[in-house]
Design a protein. Structure first.
Length: 254
């Protein structure tokens, strides 16, 4: 039988799977279970996009409520507690609802054992790997095509901490990620960028700083701001980790 005839038989449903009964490596694909891009056809998928995020732990629920109620929130906790993801998800939600006019994401470009200078390209190319986690979180809530379009319009801006000095961020949702790698002076500068009709979320883990303990300012700033009633300081714990269960076990002994 020719190859073209075999393809026609498979397409028309005349394929006889019985002739391969002795070979369990050959089987016909079930046509009735084909994937469809329609949402209602993918209800049984293990992972699906959720337009409205839901808290998976008491700490995450507290963080979401704090972001809804306060204009300045500090989210402190170990890796895997969803600090950055929840902050960016709420930022996208606010942008889509028209509550803010733009999203500003920033994180420090601190060298963690490697030097920025060895990376190829200009300054933007060298800093891109340090900002990649923010792109990943954004692309999980929006398509990359939409992310690129919003960035081209100026509705989404991603910048290193060093580029934030002297700015006033009005009508914006600001996320400062990996704040444990900021000094006290840098955090003071970033917090005072907050403008009218804006929300700022600062995320970080004081126990995982790439700076020397005496240089990281996150712990000190959080302790001082806890006394301010209009600022929320949410402290997540190991029970709020939503990554692989081994992450919580490792952090308990490391």
């Amino acid at each position: 039988m020719t190859k073209r005839a075999l393809k026609r038989q498979m397409r028309e449903g005349a394929f006889d799977a019985g002739q391969f009964a002795g070979d369990d490596k050959i089987r016909r694909l079930p046509l009735e279970r084909g994937w469809s891009p329609l949402a209602h056809s993918n209800d049984d998928r293990d992972q699906a996009y959720l337009k409205t995020i839901k808290a998976k732990s008491p700490g995450q629920e507290e963080l979401i409520k704090a972001i809804d109620a306060k204009n300045l929130v500090m989210a402190l906790g170990p890796a895997g507690t969803g600090k950055t993801y929840l902050a960016i998800a709420k930022a996208v939600e606010a942008l889509e609802a028209g509550a803010v006019g733009r999203i500003v994401l920033s994180r420090p470009a601190v060298e963690a054992g490697e030097s920025i200078g060895y990376l190829p390209g200009d300054a933007e190319d060298k800093l891109a790997p340090y900002l990649r986690p923010l792109y990943d979180a954004l692309s999980d809530r929006l398509s990359m095509k939409r992310v690129r379009a919003l960035m081209a319009e100026g509705a989404i801006e991603i910048a290193p901490v060093g580029f934030m000095r002297g700015r006033t961020l009005n009508n914006a949702f600001v996320v400062i990620d990996e704040a444990q790698n900021c000094t006290y002076t840098q955090l003071k500068m970033l917090l005072t960028r907050l403008g009218w009709h804006s929300t700022m979320v600062v995320t970080g883990d004081p126990d995982q700083s790439d700076l020397l303990p005496e240089f990281s300012g996150l712990r000190t700033v959080a302790q001082k701001l806890e006394a301010v009633g209009n600022i929320a300081v949410v402290r997540l714990a190991d029970r709020d980790i939503v990554r692989h269960p081994l992450v919580a076990e490792m952090l308990g002994v490391l």
